[in-house]
Write a protein that binds this ligand. Structure first.
Ligand SMILES: [Zn+2]
Length: 218
């Protein structure tokens, strides 16, 4: 199954993507990770992307899309994939659609996690991220065994600058403005399925499984 996950920051996209990819053997593509990986490995696309990052500019949509396609070519995606964090705009979705059409890998579904602002604030202000492996902990919901230290790789956990309350409110606003058109775009294509991002991990996951069954994806 080929999925895109949409939802504001803190909607639980990353967590669900992890659960889904484990359960169904899907390739989980987080464009942030992909970008960092390509730059670190100095791939041609990575070097191209770095030029923009060094100037403090956004990496163009075409380059991000190219990176995703590269990743597909070097991975087993026969069970499918999950895109998490991309596309974010209608334009990105159009570029992505075109690239996927060329590979004959059209999207099956776009899951949109509708999430209340209170939930988002509660989650994000408590979030701590491993600076080494990127795993997300939460001081209340998923506390690490030892404070400030990653359970998996012993890396140091940090509070992201953009996880502070006023920054979060602004990120939600920007996200909603940016994605309105994107959601309409997928809605017209009949790809959107909505689920509540306010739910806890397991409850949301069972809703998703129900959706997959209803639409015969599983
Ligand atoms: Zn770690």
């Amino acid at each position: 199954m080929r999925l895109v996950l949409l939802g504001p920051p803190g909607a639980g996209k990353g967590t669900q993507a992890n659960v889904l990819s484990q359960k169904y053997g899907l390739l989980h593509i987080s464009t942030g990770d992909l970008l960092r990986e390509a730059v670190k490995n100095k791939t041609p696309v990575g070097q191209e992307a770095k030029k923009f990052m060094d100037k403090g500019e956004l990496v163009p949509d075409e380059i991000v899309t190219q990176m995703i396609i590269e990743k597909f070519k070097h991975s087993d995606i026969s069970p499918g994939f999950i895109l998490d964090g991309f596309p974010r705009t209608k334009r990105q979705a159009q570029i992505l659609d075109q690239a996927l059409a060329e590979l004959n890998l059209p999207l099956d579904m776009v899951l949109y996690f509708e999430t209340g602002e209170d939930t988002i604030l509660k989650r994000l202000t408590g979030r701590r991220v491993c600076q080494n492996c990127g795993y997300n902990f939460h001081i209340v919901n998923i506390p690490p065994k030892n404070e400030g230290i990653c359970d998996y790789c012993s890396g140091k956990l940090y509070h992201r600058q953009d996880d502070k309350e006023e920054t979060i409110r602004n990120r939600i606003k920007v996200y909603n403005e940016q994605t309105r058109e994107l959601i309409d775009y997928y809605q017209i294509k009949g790809l959107i399925k909505k689920a509540s991002g306010d739910l806890e991990v397991e409850a949301l996951f069972s809703i998703l499984q129900k959706i997959f069954k209803e639409t015969r994806l599983i």
